[in-house]
Ligand binder design. Structure first.
Ligand code: PMP
Ligand code: GLN
Length: 418
């Protein structure tokens, strides 16, 4: 069931890297599904759908960002930090208060105790953490294994690094890995297994037996585990288990998270990673030459956020679960097949019950038809996976309840407009 990445057919004569026929930006574009069939560069699906939502006045349930800011005390802390002059470069590995707060958070929620000085790194969003980690460890010829559908930047960075992207499918209805297919996707060239748990776009939350299998296979093949856990606090009635907390995992695992999702400040781009010193210091070397350091006043503010009491964390999940239920009910009433997620702020639907086979086409028409924007799942896939997910569409529910109710009312009119 594993599939290697597609190779595009655009002319790559200029700016190529040794051993490949494409410039890194072109490999990035292909990995992120940006190139049109005639080889022109497009924009990410998130940008395309947000631009379409803005130009049509549609409710934007496409790109995943909340329509309300996070806690006032975190905002006040950033404002105070700016006023107090925390406006020059931060230390490359992050301000001490934030590194300590990240270490304390890992201990408080998961019983993991990274050393804030040597085993924690602050990054410019989870995006930079992913990029710096992959660039630190992979070379042309290596394989990176992800699940499919996969978050778009994974394919792009793997492509830029000149590595081969191998995938293992997550299939409806539960979108959990098929363990024999996962085992088949590993090989002696697997350098990294990059997982995202809770998973965007499917909303799956991986149970312990799946994580244990990943650890077992990573150990067997000598692969490093990179775990993107940006939705760690957004789960509904199921626990989030960091793969790094499993027996035998700590020494080979880098765990990534971000303030964007937990605290609803996606625009601040503060992320972080933790793991054993030998891995973190390699990533830090790369980070130095990507961004050197990350936004100083936002770092101390996020340290305040990470220290918020437990009821903040349970509160965000409870609120989001209510929003999930509002949108799920609306989508069901509109005639879609609904896959209720256990985590993240995304819900996937099957458009086939409405007689629609092609979710990419529907996503482009939906804002004009009913005034709602969504993201087609095939864009998170290689061609084979895109075929499997051809009728799946992703809606974000990190919006105010009345916005979701209005979106549901608009979607209810879809059947009559097709
Ligand atoms: N990983 C996943 C799975 C995501 O959905 C996102 C989107 N926010 C990111 C990484 C990027 O996070 P950040 O905005 O912190 O760079
Ligand atoms: N993570 C967000 C999503 O999946 C989008 C972030 C971005 O635009 N790159 O919707």
């Amino acid at each position: 069931m594993a599939s290697a990445g597609s190779s595009p057919s655009v002319d790559m004569s200029a700016g190529t890297t040794e051993g490949t026929s494409q410039a890194p930006w072109q490999r990035a574009a292909t990995g992120a599904n940006l190139l049109s069939p005639d080889g022109e560069l497009g924009v990410t699906i998130f940008e395309e759908m947000t631009t379409l939502a803005l130009s049509t006045g549609a409710i934007n349930l496409g790109q995943g960002f909340p329509d309300e800011d996070g806690p006032v005390e975190i905002k006040a802390a950033a404002q105070a930090a700016i006023a107090a002059g925390a406006n020059q470069y931060a230390p490359g590995k992050g301000v001490p208060a934030l590194r300590e707060a990240i270490a304390a958070h890992q201990g408080r929620f998961y019983g993991l105790y990274p050393d804030p000085d040597t085993e924690v790194l602050v990054t410019t969003g989870a995006t930079e953490a992913i990029a710096a980690t992959l660039l630190a460890f992979i070379q042309p010829g290596d394989e990176v294994l992800t699940f499919e559908p996969f978050y778009d930047s994974y394919g792009a960075i793997i492509g830029m690094a000149g590595a081969t992207h191998v995938t293992a499918p997550l299939l409806a209805p539960d979108f959990l890995p098929d363990l024999p297919a996962l085992e088949e996707a590993f090989s002696s060239r697997t350098k990294i297994v990059l997982l995202n748990n809770p998973h965007n776009p499917t909303g799956a939350v991986f149970p312990e037996n799946v994580l244990a299998k990943i650890v077992e296979l990573a150990a067997k093949y000598g692969a490093t585990i990179v775990s993107d856990e940006v939705y760690e606090h957004l789960t509904f009635g199921v626990p989030h288990i960091p793969v790094g907390s499993l027996p035998g995992a700590a020494e080979r695992t880098i765990t990534i998270s971000s303030a964007g999702k937990t605290f609803s400040f996606t625009g601040w781009k503060i992320g972080w990673l933790s793991g054993p010193q030998h891995l973190v210091s390699a990533v830090r070397t790369v980070k130095q030459f990507l961004t050197y350091s990350s936004g100083t006043p936002f770092q101390s503010a996020i340290a305040v956020g990470l220290a918020l009491p437990d009821d903040f964390y349970t509160g965000i999940a409870t609120t989001l679960q209510r929003k999930r239920d509002i949108l799920a009910e609306g989508l069901r009433a509109a005639g879609f097949g609904v896959y209720t997620p256990s985590g993240t702020y995304f819900i996937n639907v099957d458009t086939a019950p409405l007689g629609i086979r092609d979710s990419v086409d529907l996503a482009r028409r939906l804002p004009g038809l009913v005034g709602v924007a969504a993201i087609p799942v095939p864009v998170f896939c290689h061609p084979e996976g895109a075929e499997r997910t051809r009728s799946l569409l992703r809606f974000a529910f990190c919006k105010k309840a009345d916005v979701l109710e209005e979106a549901a009312a608009r979607l209810a009119t879809l059947k009559d407009r097709l």
